[in-house]
Design a protein around this ligand. Structure first.
Ligand code: CUK
Ligand code: CUA
Length: 685
C-alpha cells in the first residue's frame, strides 16, 4: 500500500514527492510525522483529521491544480436542457465557462437586446421563438481526423437545431433550425475534415413537419440524415449548399462519421424498427414495449460521398427548399444499407483507425463491433440477405461484424485510448468496462456512481486518442453530495486510465443538467483571443460599420429614430445621459474602447430588459422602443474599476405631450415649463 502511494506521488508531483522524502520500503508513522507541510500539521495528521485514505491523497495530488496553473485538457460538455455548453478544465474539473448557445444568458449579454438576439431569433422553429434546448452532442471541428480547436458544433434534440460555436471567442455564431424534422439526435457529428456537420433525426415525423395521422406512420413519417455544409472560412454553415437523405421511420439514434479508410461514410444506429406508435389510453402497448419486440434493429450504413454526387447530379427532391435524396434512390444506389443490431441498440462509435463501428445495446450484454471492410465488400458485391419494407438492402449480421465483446449489463457508449483499448459505459451495471479492440476481451471494470450514460476520453474519438483520462457522465448521483432537494446534482466522474487498475479521481457536480455527450481536447490546440480589435462585431468578425472611436461620440435624431454612438472606457459611458421621447426607436451603438485584457464593461438598462457584455474592443448594437416614459438608470454591470459603481448614466424618456426632447434643448433655460396636462397631445416627430 505504502509503496504504491509513494510511486504515485513521484509520478504525479515529483517535486513535492522529493520534498516529502517518502521511502518506498519503510512504513514508519514516526518518519511520516516529520513531513512538515508548513501549516503545523503533517500530511498524516491532515489525512487523519480529514478522514482521507492513501488513495484519496493520491487522487487529490493527481487532480489538484494550484492557483495560477492551468489544466492540461478542456472538456466541452453538453449542458442538457439548459441549452448551453460547459467548458471545464481537466484534471481539476473546474468549471471555466458556461457558453451560451440556445438559451439567453445574461452575463454574456446573450439574448438581451444586442446582436446575439439575431442569432437566437434565427433559431426559431415554425415562427416560435424558443426559450430552451436539449443539447446532446457537442463535436469539435476536425482536420485529418484530429481536433483542430477551431469550432464546436452542438445539436438541440428537442427542436431539431444545430449551433456553431467559434472557439476564437467561445461564442455562438449561428443557430440553424432544421425545417424538415421534429427532433434530432445523432449529431452534431463532423467528418474528418469538417466538410459537413451531420445531424440525424430522432422521432420520425412527416418531413417538413406537416400533418399526418399516426395511422399513416409507415407511409408518411420519415427520418432524415442532414448534411450541413460547413464553410470553414466564414465559420458558418452554408444552408444553401446543405442537403439530406430521407430515412425510413425507424427511430434513428446516435451517429458517427467514418475516418481514415471509412472516411466518406456515416453510421447511425436505430431502434423501434417495429414502428410502434404507442396508444396507452386505448390499451395498445406503450412505445417502450412496442419498440422492443424485434431481436434486431438496424444500423444504417451511409455512403455520403456517393450521396453528395447524386444530389449534385440532380437526384434529390426538394422539401421546404431543402434537397433531399429519396429513400428509393439511396437504397438503389448503395447509398443506404442496413445491418442488424441486437437488443435496443445505443451508441455508435467509430474506432480511431476507422476500421470498426462499436454499437452498444441497452438490453444486451454485448457491444457489437462491425467491420467496415466487410460491410464495404458486401455492399460492393451486392450480397444482401433481403430488403426491409422500404426496399433498403440488409446485410447479414454475421457477415458484417468483427465480433461481439461480452461487457456486462446495458452497454451504451464507447471511447478509445492510445493503446488500442475501448471504454464502454454500462448503464444498468453502473460501470465502465475497459476492453481490448484486438481480441474484444474485457480487461477490467470500474464502478461509477450511478447509471453512467455517455463517457468521454482525452481526444477520445479522434484518429489519435491520448488515453490518460476518462470521464463518466452519470445519470444519477444518489449519495454523492449534500442534499439540494429532490432534483439531484448531475455528476461527472474523472478516472485516471494511464495505468492499471483504472482509478476514480474526482466527482464534479455541474449545477445544470442533463448532460449527454462531451469531448475533451488538449488545451494547446485552443487559441482563444484575449481581446477584440477595436470596434469588432463578433457576429460579423469584422469592424462594425457603426463602431465608435473616442471623441466621435454623438446622438443623431431622424424623425422618431434616435441613433446613439457611445463609447465605454474606465469608468464612464459617453454620452452618459440620453433624453428621448416616448415612442422613439432607440439604436445604441456602443464600442468598448479598452484594449487591456479582461477589461469588460457591461451595459444594463433597467426595465427595458437590455443587458449586454462589452469585452475589450467589442462593439454592440442595441435596439429598443422607448415605450415606457420615466427615468431609467443605465450602468456598467462588471466591476471594472474602483469607480465602477460610478460608471452610470440616465435614460430619460419624456412622456408623450411633454414636448420634444430635442426641441427642449433649444429653448431658453428660463422659459417657464408648461405642465403636461395643459399641452395639446401632439405626436412625436
Ligand atoms: S444519448 Cu444521452 S446517454 Cu442523447 Cu448521446 Cu446516450
Ligand atoms: Cu465598467 Cu463597471
Amino acid at each position: 500500500m505504502f509503496k504504491r502511494r509513494a510511486l504515485a506521488v513521484v509520478g504525479v508531483l515529483g517535486g513535492l514527492a522529493a520534498l516529502l522524502t517518502y521511502s518506498a520500503c519503510t512504513n514508519k508513522a514516526a518518519q511520516q510525522k516529520k513531513v512538515d507541510i508548513g501549516a503545523s500539521q503533517s500530511i498524516d495528521e491532515l489525512m487523519k483529521a480529514r478522514g482521507l485514505s492513501d488513495m484519496d491523497v493520491e487522487a487529490a495530488l493527481k487532480t489538484y491544480v494550484p492557483s495560477g496553473k492551468h489544466d492540461d485538457y478542456m472538456i466541452f460538455a453538453s449542458g442538457g436542457h439548459s441549452g448551453q455548453v460547459l467548458a471545464m478544465g481537466v484534471p481539476s474539473m473546474r468549471l471555466l465557462k458556461v457558453i451560451s448557445v440556445f438559451t439567453p444568458e445574461p452575463w454574456q449579454g446573450y439574448g438581451y437586446g444586442g446582436e446575439s438576439d439575431k442569432v437566437l431569433a434565427a433559431g426559431s422553429q415554425g415562427g416560435h421563438r424558443l426559450g430552451w434546448a436539449d443539447v446532446h452532442h457537442p463535436n469539435l471541428s476536425e482536420t485529418n481526423g484530429d481536433y483542430d480547436g477551431e469550432f464546436l458544433f452542438v445539436n438541440d434534440k428537442s427542436n431539431g437545431r444545430v449551433a456553431v460555436i467559434d472557439l476564437k471567442d467561445f461564442m455562438t455564431k449561428q443557430i440553424v433550425p432544421n425545417p424538415l424534422v421534429g427532433s434530432d439526435h445523432g449529431g452534431a457529428f463532423v467528418d474528418p475534415n469538417t466538410n459537413y456537420v451531420i445531424e440525424t433525426s430522432q422521432y420520425p415525423t412527416p418531413l417538413g413537419r406537416g400533418y399526418a395521422p399516426l395511422s399513416e406512420y409507415k407511409e408518411k413519417y420519415r427520418g432524415l440524415a442532414m448534411f450541413w455544409k460547413f464553410d470553414r472560412k466564414k465559420g458558418r454553415i452554408d444552408v444553401a449548399a446543405s442537403w439530406g437523405i430521407e430515412l425510413p421511420p425507424y427511430t434513428q439514434d446516435l451517429a458517427d462519421a467514418g475516418k481514415v479508410g471509412s472516411d466518406g461514410w456515416a453510421f447511425i444506429n436505430s431502434f423501434n424498427t417495429e414502428m410502434a406508435t404507442g396508444g396507452t389510453l386505448e390499451g395498445k402497448p406503450a412505445i417502450e414495449s412496442g419498440a422492443s419486440q424485434n431481436d434486431m434493429d438496424y444500423l444504417h450504413v451511409i455512403n455520403w460521398k456517393k450521396a453528395e454526387e447524386l444530389v449534385k447530379a440532380g437526384k434529390a427532391k426538394e422539401i421546404k427548399g431543402v434537397k433531399v435524396l429519396p429513400i428509393e434512390v439511396a437504397a438503389d444506389e448503395g447509398v443506404l444499407t442496413l445491418v442488424g443490431e441486437p437488443k435496443s441498440p445505443h451508441g455508435c462509435d467509430v474506432t480511431p483507425d476507422g476500421t470498426g463501428v462499436v454499437v452498444g445495446g441497452k438490453l444486451d450484454t454485448h457491444a457489437t463491433v462491425y467491420e467496415f471492410s466487410k460491410m464495404k465488400a458486401l455492399i460492393d458485391g451486392k450480397k444482401f440477405e433481403g430488403k426491409d419494407a422500404f426496399g433498403i438492402p440488409i446485410m447479414a449480421f454475421k457477415d458484417a461484424i468483427r465480433g461481439q465483446a461480452e461487457l456486462g449489463m446495458g452497454p451504451l457508449h464507447t471511447v478509445f485510448d492510445d493503446k488500442g483499448n475501448a471504454y464502454t459505459s454500462l448503464f444498468l451495471e453502473s460501470k465502465v468496462a475497459k476492453w481490448s479492440l484486438k481480441d474484444l476481451k474485457v480487461l477490467e471494470k470500474i464502478s461509477t456512481h450511478y447509471n453512467i450514460g455517455h463517457i468521454m476520453a482525452a481526444e477520445g474519438d479522434t484518429v489519435s486518442p491520448d488515453g490518460k483520462y476518462v470521464v463518466a457522465m452519470n445519470k444519477m448521483a444518489m449519495d454523492r453530495f449534500t442534499g439540494v432537494g429532490p432534483l439531484y446534482p448531475q455528476n461527472f466522474q474523472l478516472y485516471d486510465v494511464s495505468g492499471e487498475p483504472m482509478r476514480l479521481l474526482l466527482d464534479a457536480p455541474i449545477g445544470i443538467g442533463e448532460p449527454h455527450y462531451a469531448q475533451m481536447i488538449k488545451v494547446d490546440k485552443l487559441k482563444p483571443a484575449k481581446i477584440y480589435p477595436p470596434g469588432t462585431n463578433p457576429y460579423t468578425d469584422a469592424k462594425d460599420t457603426n463602431a465608435v472611436e473616442g471623441g466621435k461620440e454623438k446622438v443623431v435624431r431622424n424623425g422618431d429614430v434616435v441613433d446613439v454612438y457611445m463609447t465605454a472606457i474606465r469608468s464612464h459611458f459617453t454620452p452618459d445621459n440620453l433624453e428621448v421621447n416616448e415612442g422613439d426607436t432607440v439604436n445604441l451603438h456602443i464600442t468598448n474602447l479598452e484594449q487591456a485584457e479582461d477589461m469588460t464593461h457591461g451595459f444594463a438598462l433597467n426595465m427595458y430588459n437590455v443587458n449586454i457584455s462589452l469585452e475589450p474592443g467589442k462593439h454592440e448594437n442595441v435596439t429598443f422602443k422607448a415605450d415606457m416614459p420615466g427615468v431609467f438608470p443605465m450602468y456598467c454591470t462588471e466591476f471594472c474599476s474602483a469607480l465602477h459603481l460610478e460608471m452610470a448614466g440616465y435614460l430619460l424618456v419624456k412622456p408623450k405631450g411633454e414636448g420634444d426632447a430635442d426641441k427642449d434643448k433649444d429653448k431658453p433655460k428660463d422659459e417657464p415649463k408648461t405642465p403636461a396636462k395643459d399641452e395639446p397631445k401632439t405626436p412625436n416627430k
